[in-house]
Design a protein around this ligand. Structure first.
Ligand code: HEC
Length: 470
């Protein structure tokens, strides 16, 4: 036996002792209040996997392994416990990074796990991951294929030209050209989604989301028929692994007849296999005759010029500020950084009121769009200052950074950096805003508690109680 394996044995003995001691200290921990007792796969775990994991973890989808049957899941039990236990940190499963102990918690399509579910998974794993009674197994939910549209069949699909990406090609950044929309009348867009179409074989190489795709991101703009800059409209960006955009019901976005799509800023990232790829843009329209009552504002704000990411350092912080020019309802929170980004917070400051709207972890492998539930979306009066804080880890402990010995500044390539929140919002006049606030106050009266993000909720009453001075 070699010295090396002796050393290994000694180390694992020490680990065993430490683990033994820990078990002794925390002997028989009490389960959390909502955690399942003696959880089994069929009764407790399968429903969690169906809701939060199988969208990706099934054959021919995004993830490296299928997590449907007991036999598929059992070998991954410990890994599942570890990944789900990361909560909002990089590497967590499912990829959802909103911090649950601060800020607004109600989002559309939230597939994250509750603390009780995380505890149930951990207890199941620690009990030896039992199968349980097969009769408890829930019926499988229907799923759409990774290559199908999340928003349903689009009313209009426009494709970029095809591009060849060699397996060994370096990163490439440029334009995929233009495409005629073929649209013959003005229409309002309810939702937009992007799909990369390529000739890579499915179900072969899916260690990362990038294994199936080569178009890392592309920002898409349309120009109206006259072709002037005035008619330029910039749509939400396509990024690999990003979810679709469904606009606020009242705020459909106009796509003009005769528009041309421009795929002007595209980043191609080869994945080791030669591929031919193109990008499809799917538009879902509102019915003819629909008129929006509100406009979507893309409040992309952050700080580019001052980005100064030092080599080999964790905990680097940046701040950015933006004063809202109008009364605002925020509908989307979307942190955007690059590889060293690990966390972002958004705070609202109005007079002496300061509220943290949200904090979230960040993992550049998973770009996430968080859509607020309509009655939880922040209502921010004109003049509110939004304060963004970003945290960067450019050290060896961040596996996303290719080489943390490098300094980096602002730029579009993945080795450069960004610090932005791609907020989407609706501006409101005083009357509309007061009506929204009144609706929230009504809700608050029913439920009690505090509405984080409704900065002026209760302010009118407080003012009235204080003598109604204007
Ligand atoms: C949006 C798609 C998606 C969802 C939803 C998702 N996963 Fe994953 N999962 C992936 C991908 C892609 C990987 C491989 C890349 C990575 O590790 O981030 C992965 C990796 C993993 C791994 C590590 C595999 C390894 O090789 O070590 C585990 C364990 C895991 N997922 C469990 C889960 C569980 C449990 C859930 C639900 C609670 C879940 N995932 C939800 C896409 C997803």
């Amino acid at each position: 036996m070699t010295t090396l394996s002796n050393a290994r044995r000694a180390r694992s003995l020490v680990r065993g002792l430490i683990a033994g001691a820990a078990v002794w200290v925390v002997a028989a921990p009490l389960p959390a209040a909502g955690q399942a007792l003696d959880p089994t796969f069929t009764k407790d775990i399968a429903p969690i996997l169906q809701r939060s994991c199988q969208k990706c973890h099934r054959p021919n989808s995004l993830a490296p392994m299928s997590l449907i049957t007991y036999d598929e899941v059992r070998p991954w039990a410990r890994s599942i416990k570890n990944r789900t236990g990361l909560r909002n940190k990089m590497g967590t499963m499912p990829p959802w990074y909103i911090e649950k102990d601060i800020g607004i918690q109600r989002f559309k399509d939230d597939w994250s796990l509750s603390d009780d579910e995380i505890a149930t998974i951990a207890a199941w794993t620690d009990n030896g991951a039992p199968r349980g009674n097969p009769a408890d197994m829930p019926t499988p939910p229907p799923f759409i294929d990774v290559d199908e549209w999340e928003i349903g069949q689009p009313d209009l699909i426009v494709s970029s030209g095809a591009v060849e990406v060699k397996g060994s090609a370096p990163d490439w950044w440029g334009s995929l050209g233009q495409a005629d929309s073929g649209l013959t009348e003005d229409r309002y867009v309810a939702a937009i989604e992007y799909k990369e179409r390529n000739n890579l074989e499915r179900g072969v190489k899916t260690d990362t989301v990038g294994g199936l795709f080569v178009i890392h991101h592309s920002s898409v703009a349309t120009i109206g028929p006259e072709g002037s800059r005035r008619n330029l409209h910039i749509w939400p960006v396509h990024e690999v692994g990003r979810n679709a955009d469904v606009f606020d019901e009242a705020a459909g976005v106009m796509l003009k007849a005769g528009s041309t799509l421009m795929f002007s800023s595209t980043h191609l990232h080869s994945n080791g296999t030669d591929a031919t790829a193109r990008l499809e843009v799917g538009f879902k329209f509102h019915p003819k005759g629909y008129e929006p009552t509100q406009d979507v504002q893309f409040l992309f704000f952050g700080n580019g010029p001052d980005i100064d990411i030092l080599p080999l350092q964790d905990n680097q912080r940046m701040d950015a500020y933006f004063t809202l020019p109008e009364n605002t309802k925020l509908s989307v929170y979307e942190p955007h950084m690059h590889a060293p980004g690990v966390r972002m917070c958004l705070e609202a400051v109005w007079g002496t009121t300061v509220q943290t709207l949200n904090c979230s972890g960040y993992d550049h492998n998973w770009v996430r769009v968080y859509k607020y539930e309509d009655d939880a979306a922040p209502l921010l009066p004109k003049g509110t200052i939004l304060h963004l804080t970003g945290y960067f880890n450019n050290s060896l402990t961040n596996p996303n950074v290719a080489d943390p010995r490098n300094w980096s500044g602002s730029g579009h390539r993945s080795v450069d950096n960004m610090f932005i929140n791609l907020l989407q919002a609706i501006y409101m006049d005083d009357e509309e805003f007061a009506a929204e606030v009144a609706k929230r106050e009504q809700l608050l009266r029913l439920t009690g508690g505090v509405d984080i993000g409704c900065l002026v909720c209760g302010a009118n009453e407080a003012q009235a109680n204080a003598g109604g001075a204007q």
